[in-house]
Design a protein around this ligand. Structure first.
Ligand code: N01
Length: 497
């Protein structure tokens, strides 16, 4: 059995950032557990063709580690992954990372005032704090389609891309038209013999204003530090201007809607195809997608946009509800992720013997400040409930939470607190305020279903205010909102080294 002060789960933007900042604070008694074999998180897992960020590069990086080497204004996936790998190497924290290990279960041990964590190889770790950076979009959601297991061709999820499968000259079907699918479709359309795109709901897609940075810009980013800061600041405030359209009045998004309509009109001449791809819900209700190549790909002769519901899969075909059989060699499911029912919630058991998943059964996912949960002492979640964004970079949220957790740790150390746990009434108040705001948002009222909402229609994923408000609210650890217990002799007793 190993004992550490802090156990971090995940080595993506959240876990790596947390590790770097803990080390900076002089906290060296921590471990990071990562199920993959290197750092990167979602930017390591999503290696499908065309994977790239839809948030500008300058904002999609840590504020404390600007990258002068971005080649494009929106970064391709390999550059983001390389950025995280470089940073991990440079920061000297990698010796505290354990790769290829997942958390099987984590149980609060009241006697020890610690988390008892069992890893996938059977190792047990005792940790004072458990910091989850497991990611909100990491567990693929596979579609439950009649007969899918009988399919004799290759089938894989967008986030588990099988690079051994050569799509050249094949008949391929893609299920889904979300952010992943619209990046994949134009990339593979050029090499396949035939492509069926199975759409359940059309997305709103605006142009991708991407461009290569010039040599002068890159020189400036490297040698004139204020220049990159100015770019970042301008992009940041530009993005925050979208908040009212998402959270107060969807009509403010009319210009974006017009851009999306023009994007369709420019690429698609066939009126029937135009009709099929035009959404009937408010823009922003689902994530707004950006692409210049998606609609042209759909308009190609050998690509069919199928909006008839899927009926079943046979050993060599996909059959739609109208009985039409479409022979395929490869089936790609770009059907998203478990967002409101994440497996890690079933693996974490709190003070009262209930898992997070059980605790949230009635209420949906709730947390205090998206970070801590009543009944789960010393558990900190990065990208917890209601912290997602529809308009800007998740790295901003992640950094705010990292700073909040650092301050919590400093507070615990300064006052010799063994545990901190949010008061139930503070948590309830926080969530009532968040949910009150939700009623006016386009996500809840825009007339669509999305991964933002849980099975009961509650929005437990997104943050309904600006990122600077989130940052302000988490700017210091508000210990008065917490139940604390003092460290006792017994807390440390009997913990094997
Ligand atoms: O997943 P999604 P994603 N039968 O859930 C359809 C981030 N991201 O992987 O809309 C038929 O958005 C589903 O249909 P519908 C980003 O935050 C970022 O694409 O539910 N269809 C939908 O079309 C994004 O929002 C980048 O009716 C089924 C699609 O599958 C999030 O990840 C890039 C189905 C799922 O879309 C998730 O994106 C990529 C079924 N049974 C992703 N089940 C960046 O650029 C689902 N669908 C940063």
């Amino acid at each position: 059995m190993t004992q550490v002060k802090h156990l971090i789960v995940g080595a993506g933007f959240a876990g790596l950032g947390m590790a770097i900042k803990l080390a900076e604070d002089g906290e060296d008694d921590f471990l990071v557990i990562e199920k993959d074999d290197d750092v990167g998180g979602t930017w390591r897992a999503n290696v499908y063709p065309g994977a790239a960020c839809d948030v500008p590069s300058q904002l999609y990086s840590y504020s404390f580690a600007p990258n002068p080497d971005w080649s494009m204004s929106f970064s391709p996936q390999p550059e983001i992954r390389a950025y995280l790998e470089r940073l991990a190497q440079r920061s000297g924290v990698l010796d505290r990372f354990r790769f290829g290990l997942a958390v099987d279960r984590a149980t609060w041990d009241d006697g020890r005032q610690s988390w008892r964590v069992t890893l996938s190889d059977g190792t047990e770790i005792i940790a004072t704090t458990l910091i989850s950076g497991a990611g909100g979009l990491s567990e693929p959601r596979l579609p439950d389609i009649d007969g899918i297991d009988s399919f004799e061709g290759e089938v894989f999820h967008s986030a588990r891309w099988n690079h051994d499968v050569d799509l050249t000259g094949k008949r391929v079907a893609v299920i889904g038209t979300g952010a992943s699918a619209i990046q994949i479709i134009p990339e593979i359309a050029g090499i396949v013999d035939h492509l069926d795109v199975h759409q359940r709901t059309p997305p709103w897609v605006i142009p991708r204003n991407d461009r290569r940075y010039t040599g002068i810009e890159k020189f400036g980013f490297r040698h004139v530090p204020l220049m990159q800061k100015a770019y970042r600041t301008a992009i940041y405030w530009g993005r925050e201007c979208y908040v009212p359209a998402f959270t107060m009045n969807p009509k403010l998004a009319l210009p974006a809607k017009m851009l999306a309509r023009a994007n369709i009109a420019k690429a698609i001449k066939d009126p029937e195809l135009r009709r099929k791809v035009t959404p009937d819900y408010e823009i922003g209700c689902k994530r707004i997608l950006i692409s210049n190549t998606y609609y042209p790909a759909l308009a190609a002769e050998h690509v069919d946009l199928v909006d008839e519901p899927i009926g079943k899969v046979t050993p060599n075909a996909l059959v739609t509800a109208d009985g039409v059989e479409r022979p395929i060699d490869v089936l790609i499911v770009a059907t998203g992720f478990h967002t409101t029912d994440q497996p890690i919630a079933s693996a974490i058991t709190g003070r009262e013997g209930r898992t997070l998943a059980e605790t949230w059964e009635r209420t949906g996912q709730v947390a205090y400040k998206g970070t801590t949960v009543h009944g789960f002492p010393n558990l900190f979640q990065i990208v917890g409930p209601n912290t997602g964004l529809g308009h800007s970079s998740m790295v901003l949220i992640i950094e705010s939470q990292i700073d909040y957790i650092r301050d919590a740790i400093r507070t615990m150390d300064a006052h010799s607190y063994a545990t901190v746990e949010p008061h139930l009434d503070e948590q309830v108040r926080w969530n009532e305020d968040v949910q009150r705001r939700m009623g006016r948002t386009v996500w809840n009222s825009g007339g669509c279903a999305s991964w933002y909402l849980d099975a009961e229609g509650r929005n437990t994923t997104l943050w309904p205010k600006s990122t600077f408000t989130f940052r302000r609210l988490l700017s210091r650890f508000d210990v008065s909102a917490y139940d604390v217990t003092a460290a006792t002799e017994t807390a440390d007793e009997g913990v094997p080294a």
